[in-house]
Design a protein around this ligand. Structure first.
Ligand SMILES: *Cc1c(COP(=O)(O)O)cnc(C)c1O
Length: 354
């Protein structure tokens, strides 16, 4: 399939690269592609970034049949433009599609679409420490029909947003509230899928935590409220007695690309890594015994986000004196080093945009 390109005749002024923040600015173009039963995915096109017009009856507005992804393009030390493990995002995209009854996308074509769009807007990839171009592919159900069934038509869209360094003032560990009332997902549900409904269901707990002065929620499993699932919209890791432990993939947590990268990187550094069920009581017990060395979240946006404090039912534990741990820092430096082309990529994770 061909991608037709219509370039904007009125390019936008670039934002202040030093005040980008996250997800606030969008580039000059976007990728669109339609789906219907007769033609499958068709009419792939790059057009000027603009509002889209949809019937208020569209299925996505009522029953949330949609999926999204998130990855980044980086300007490497040698000036080339790189993606980080995009094939993993596209593979996950199709796993989400399958769960949400959204038609599969062709992995090679989708990678081509991402690369082509980034190339068209390559002067929007910010230069400088920690900055990148966030890539947001998503698919929405567009059938104008109020019945509950999988849509017959879809729109696939990719938008790009230049984002600033996540840690503009150095990495500050955050305070986490262990949520034991609301849950994010259950096995058999959509926890492993990157879909908006999971986020809608998480907002109330997030709001409750921020009202109490906490920046994120630590999610427990949806059945026993006993095992650790995720932290905010990130996967979660604990260093207990020198061992790196992360919850296993059982269908309720999101299989993060960063999670997988952290596991492989830590193993290559000779760290013992275990993925298994981890009870929150085990974490607190380890903390009481002085064996909880470090704790952090992992995700594309922040890469590594250390936790400085956990509060469960009023019992508070401070992790590593509220400072980033040694392994967390080493993983952060190595992973971001690979992403920005400063550390040799022995894993073959980076993909150049030619
Ligand atoms: C996207 C996401 C992650 C992190 O995945 P990465 O591929 O590492 O960015 C973790 N948890 C949830 C709920 C997510 O949506």
């Amino acid at each position: 399939m061909n991608i037709t390109i219509t370039r904007t005749t009125t390019p936008k002024a670039k934002p202040d690269w030093e005040k980008l923040g996250f997800g606030k600015h969008f580039t000059d173009h976007m990728f669109l592609m339609d789906y219907n039963a007769e033609k499958g995915w068709h009419d792939a096109r790059i057009v000027p970034f603009a509002d889209i017009s949809l019937s208020p009856a569209c299925a996505v507005f009522h029953y949330a049949q949609e999926m999204f992804e998130g990855l980044k393009a980086y300007k490497a030390a040698d000036g080339s433009h790189m993606l980080f493990r995009p094939q993993k995002n596209i593979e996950r995209m199709n796993n989400t599609n399958e769960r949400l009854c959204i038609p599969q996308v062709d992995p090679d074509f989708t990678l081509e679409a991402i690369k082509t769009l980034v190339k068209v807007d390559e002067d929007w990839i910010p230069d400088g420490e920690g900055k990148s171009l966030y890539i947001r592919p998503f698919i929405i159900a567009t059938d104008p029909f109020l019945g509950v069934h999988p849509s017959a038509t879809y729109l696939f869209c990719i938008i790009l947003s230049p984002v600033g360094a996540y840690y503009a003032e150095g990495i500050n560990p955050v305070k986490i509230y262990v949520e034991d009332e609301y849950v994010r997902a259950v096995k058999g549900g959509t926890g492993f899928a990157k879909t908006g409904g999971n986020y809608a269901a998480s907002l109330r707990a997030q709001q409750k935590a921020s009202e109490m002065g906490y920046s994120q929620v630590l999610w427990l499993d949806g059945i026993e409220h006993k095992y650790v699932d995720e932290v905010g919209a990130m996967n979660v890791f604990f260093v207990i007695d020198g061992e790196l432990i992360t919850p296993m993939l059982e269908g309720n947590i999101l299989p993060g690309v960063t999670r997988d990268s952290v596991i492989n990187l830590a193993k290559s550094m000779g760290v013992k890594v275990t993925d298994r069920r981890l009870a929150i009581d085990e974490v607190f017990e380890a903390a009481r015994n002085g064996k909880l060395d470090e704790a952090f979240g992992s995700g594309t946006a922040a890469v590594i986000s250390p936790m400085g404090e956990l509060n469960k039912d009023g019992e508070k534990i401070v992790i590593n004196g509220g400072k980033i741990g040694k392994l967390s820092q080493k993983l952060y430096d190595t992973l971001t080093g690979i992403q920005w082309g400063k550390v040799e990529d022995t894993f073959g994770w980076t993909v150049k945009i030619q």
